[in-house]
Design a protein around this ligand. Structure first.
Ligand SMILES: [Cu+2]
Length: 516
């Protein structure tokens, strides 16, 4: 077992990101537990238990764990709902609603049997409350507003108190639907009295979220049914921090999901078993091996596997649209490219993302989906060809040489366009031949390794690794002891992210050029 470190040590070691806010108002007779806040989404070391049974704390990728204090036998936390500013990838700023400065909120960890007190403070401009998802607690503590408690008004406080007899992966979230879509979600881990068998050497927590961020906008559109940013713990690939595992270790990954979509989370190169759900630990004998687990809305899934094979194994949602960043800027240039032809993926950016340009939100013009998938948009979505001159190029391909109206495209659609950096030259603007290929263009490739090289967890990744990492995607890096030691050495130096001048990270297509 690792030597426990005290919370004090953690607060000092947590570097600049952690701002220990001084708490002035003694609303509770005993005073408030301190309310630490995280200023940026930088991964922090986990907190080791300072009381009760020992446990291996959960590592929250890109995130952190909420410190607590013990007071007369109660484990006290101070949780603050507030507007937070974050970045999905460097330069892509989002204003969401979270807790204690971060979105998702910090991970809360307790022991089974703990008496837990959460002093909750609402710094949002509207009412809210915290629902404790899956907790077996009195309904006055359930956070279901109206039924069990009144909403906590702006500026108000509420003290949740419960004795927790469960064990496993749980979560907390606002029970107001639109606030959920603004990001108000966090992991709540209940460590068992008797450690789960088999022992896991690594224990990671991942919060799955999705966002509709219109172009040039930093506030998620919570009415949208379509999402263009998909995140693990508030970060999209390649900015999502990899999980570092030594070969031979047993790994647990805890996944939770609140959003509008279910996410099939797939792990490369390994088979795992599902050992827990949102109701806690399940039976572990005779489990089917899987490499994809569907994490439905409101569900938690714990997966476990033995990391037998050295490699940088992708862990990602397998919905194709969730393997991209900034999808709307792909839709834009392709739909409205130089020749006005392209894939019909929606009527346009505004309608596709539910941005209103006329009428009101509930008017019949938009329907329940805010214009997406109905009427004009549905018609447009049927058009899947981007042939620039009707079916001519198809005819050209089918006809014997010399009889087609246009020359057939080169056998290799990418041939003849070598540049000094082919990886950055996917969409030459001057190639009419490519445009005759049905379906072209489809995918994008943008390598941006340098931007992420400062993170120790990325050390030693193959050149070009960022090109394949987008959307709801990260890595389980099963490394040799040598690489592991090197990464730990780099982590000990506590590197900070370098400044990103003008660093908007957006995948673009040929219409705007693929170069930065
Ligand atoms: Cu997904």
């Amino acid at each position: 077992m690792k030597a426990p470190i005290s919370r004090r040590v953690f607060l000092t070691a947590g570097a600049g990101a952690l701002i220990g806010a001084s708490v002035a108002k003694p609303a509770l007779s005993q005073g408030l537990p301190e309310a630490p806040s995280m200023g940026e989404a930088t991964m922090q070391p986990p907190l080791f238990p300072t009381s009760g049974p020992d446990y291996n704390p959960v590592v929250t990728l890109n995130g952190w764990t909420l410190p607590w204090r013990m007071k007369d036998g109660w484990k006290e936390f101070h949780l603050i709902a507030e507007v937070v500013q974050t970045e999905l990838v460097p330069g892509r700023v989002m204003h969401a609603w979270g807790f204690n400065g971060s979105v998702p909120g910090p991970t809360i960890e307790v022991n089974q049997g703990d008496k837990v007190r959460v002093v909750f403070e609402n710094r949002l401009p509207e009412m809210t409350a915290v629902h404790w998802h899956g907790f077996e607690v009195p309904m006055e503590m359930d956070g279901s507003v109206g039924l069990g408690q009144d909403p906590v008004p702006p500026g108000g406080k509420f003290v949740y108190e419960f004795e927790l007899h469960q064990a496993g992966t749980f979560f907390y979230h606002s029970h107001f639907a639109m606030q959920e879509m603004m990001g108000m979600l966090g992991l709540f881990i209940m460590h068992p009295k008797e450690p789960f068998e088999p022992h896991c050497d690594r224990d990671f927590g991942i919060v799955i979220q999705e966002w509709a961020l219109l172009p040039n906008n930093t506030v998620p559109n919570t009415l949208s049914m379509e999402f263009n940013w998909l995140t693990f713990n508030g970060k999209a690939g390649p900015d999502c921090t990899p999980m570092i595992v030594k070969q031979g270790e047993r790994v647990r990954i805890r996944l939770i999901n609140i959003g509008m979509d279910h996410h099939p989370i797939h792990l490369h190169g390994n088979q795992f078993v599902v050992t827990g759900t949102e109701a806690g630990r399940g039976p572990v004998d005779g489990l089917a091996r899987q490499n994809t687990v569907l994490v439905g809305v409101a569900q938690a899934r714990d997966i476990e596997f033995d990391a037998k094979y050295v490699g940088d194994w992708m862990l990602h949602c397998h919905l194709p649209h969730h393997m991209m960043n900034q999808m709307v800027s792909m839709v834009g240039p392709i739909s409205h490219g130089a020749h006005g032809h392209g894939m019909g993926t929606g009527a346009g950016m505004e309608e596709g993302m539910g941005m209103l340009t006329q009428g009101n939100a509930l008017s019949g013009e938009f329907g329940p989906s805010m214009g997406r998938g109905l009427g004009l948009a549905a018609d447009s979505e049927r058009a899947t060809s981007n042939l620039v001159r009707g079916g001519e190029s198809l005819i050209a391909q089918a006809a014997p040489a010399g009889q087609g109206q246009v020359a057939p495209p080169a056998k290799d659609p990418h041939a003849g366009h070598a540049s000094s950096d082919p990886a950055m030259d996917m969409y030459p603007k001057d190639d009419p031949e490519k445009k005759k290929v049905p379906g072209y263009p489809q995918d994008m490739w943008m390598v941006d390794d340098e931007k992420y090289a400062w993170k120790p967890e990325n050390f030693g990744l193959r050149k070009g690794w960022t090109g394949g990492m987008m959307g709801m995607m990260t890595l389980v890096r099963v490394v040799t002891p040598e690489i592991y030691d090197k990464i730990m050495e780099l982590k000990a130096q506590n590197p900070q992210r370098p400044a990103q001048p003008g660093g908007a990270h957006q995948h673009q297509t040929g219409a705007e050029g693929s170069k930065k």
